[in-house]
Design a protein around this ligand. Structure first.
Ligand code: ATP
Ligand code: MG
Length: 387
């Protein structure tokens, strides 16, 4: 037996002239999401459908429910475009429901205006037919135990009674490409997810301090990337070693500026990688006021080394809101695995919360910035991460 899944999308329907572009991107992303499964995705005026075997339905719905742009999905029972066929299918659907689902109403939508009955007429005919053929069933228009939805399409009618939510947003890729600064913490994977939700496709950059930090911290970044890729398709992950930079900062600069100086070096490296790869924005997991390096003054001094746009999707979220999101997108269990981050390695005892740009630049005079950047760039390793 094959099953049919109706896929709805929201916002992209509003995009006027761009609509076709957005729809094509979504169609492609849906196809990519199930490319290793025997499922077919088709376009259907304002909707998409997926068909697959009955056994694969749950897995296909799970994959498609992670595709940005999708607002909801329903497994549907198709019927021929005739009132009698729809009535018969309605009885079949209702008989398959558990016994406690015994009050209902019918809601019809009729994008196909050639169908000879209006939506209220279909509601009435099907409702009456169900009452006749399903003993114990009652109509309740206010608090029904289920709603039988009927969608009159161009090729068929579709009946269903429940939906799974999609993530909404815009198809990944339609708003451009960003570089996610991915640590092993809770915040940055969530920031990446939120940027992807607004249509950015991402590459990720992870800074490590091998051999001061173990390989485990890199494995964590890989696993986080893998979980993000469930929502976006393959993500290129770049790993850059900043151990040399950290050693130099520690040896030559005031301790309390350590984190700010390291962050400025990270941003310089990121900018170089972005320029080389045609990426126009940096995405970070910073949230205003969360830690010393996330005050306005610190963010200003850190951003001052680049003209690239820095996006901070979590800026206004509280930690508990970020944690909730991390749990929902399933990055949380990985983020809380114990590990040493390169930033926690040389934490100053009293980090500055209001760094002064002139003083920071003064401290940088002690560093051979070009050489350090060059060495860090040479350490870069890239892998493509897929689920
Ligand atoms: P996270 O939970 O994402 O680690 P955080 O609350 O620990 O965030 P910070 O450690 O101040 O905050 O880092 C701020 C942001 O800088 C991170 O969200 C991330 O985008 C970036 N960042 C920090 N450390 C690294 C790293 N080792 N590699 C790549 N990016 C990093
Ligand atoms: Mg961190």
């Amino acid at each position: 037996m094959s099953s049919t899944i109706l896929i709805r999308f929201g916002e992209i329907a509003l995009k006027g002239k761009n609509r076709r572009y957005f729809e094509n991107a979504l169609l492609q992303n849906l196809k990519n999401a199930v490319q290793d499964m025997p499922a077919q995705i088709k376009r259907m005026h304002g909707r998409f459908t997926a068909t697959c075997s009955e056994n694969d339905t749950a897995a296909v719905v799970d994959r498609l429910s992670k595709v940005f742009g999708v607002t909801s999905l329903s497994q549907v029972s198709p019927a021929a475009l005739e009132l009698e066929a729809i009535k018969a299918k309605a009885v079949e659907v209702v008989r398959s429901l558990p016994e406690h689902m015994n009050t209902f109403k019918v809601e019809t939508r009729r994008p196909n205006k050639n169908f000879p009955f209006t939506s209220p007429e279909v509601n009435r005919h099907v409702g009456a037919h169900l009452l006749q053929h399903c003993p114990g069933l009652k109509v309740d228009v206010h608090r029904p135990s289920f709603i039988l939805f009927i969608e009159i399409g161009m090729q068929a009618a579709y009946l269903y009674h429940n939906s799974v939510q999609g993530p909404g947003g815009l198809p990944v890729g339609v708003t451009g490409k960003g570089m996610l600064l991915l640590s092993g913490g809770i915040d940055s994977p969530v920031a990446g997810w939120m940027a992807m939700k607004r249509g950015l496709s991402l590459e990720a950059l992870h800074f490590h301090s091998f051999p001061f930090t173990s390989k485990r911290s890199q494995e964590k970044a890989i696993e986080l990337c893998r979980r993000l890729s469930c929502y976006s398709g393959p993500v290129p992950l770049h790993m850059v070693n900043v151990a040399g930079i950290q050693k130099e900062i520690r040896a030559r600069c005031p301790e309390e500026l350590g984190i700010i100086l390291l962050r400025r070096m990270m941003i310089r490296i990121t900018e170089a990688v972005c320029r080389q790869r045609g990426i126009r924005a940096i995405v970070t997991g910073e949230s205003l006021g969360q830690v010393a390096s996330q005050t306005l003054e610190s963010m200003e001094v850190i951003s001052a080394v680049t003209r690239l746009l820095i996006l901070r999707p979590l800026l206004a979220l509280d930690k508990h809101e970020i944690v909730e999101k991390a749990e929902a997108i399933d990055t949380y269990p990985v983020s809380i695995r114990p590990f040493e981050d390169c930033c926690t390695l040389f934490v100053p005892r009293h980090p500055v919360t209001r760094p002064n740009l002139a003083r920071v630049e003064q401290a940088e005079q002690n560093l051979e910035i070009d050489r350090l950047l060059q060495e860090a760039r040479e350490s870069m390793e890239t892998q493509i991460i897929k689920y």
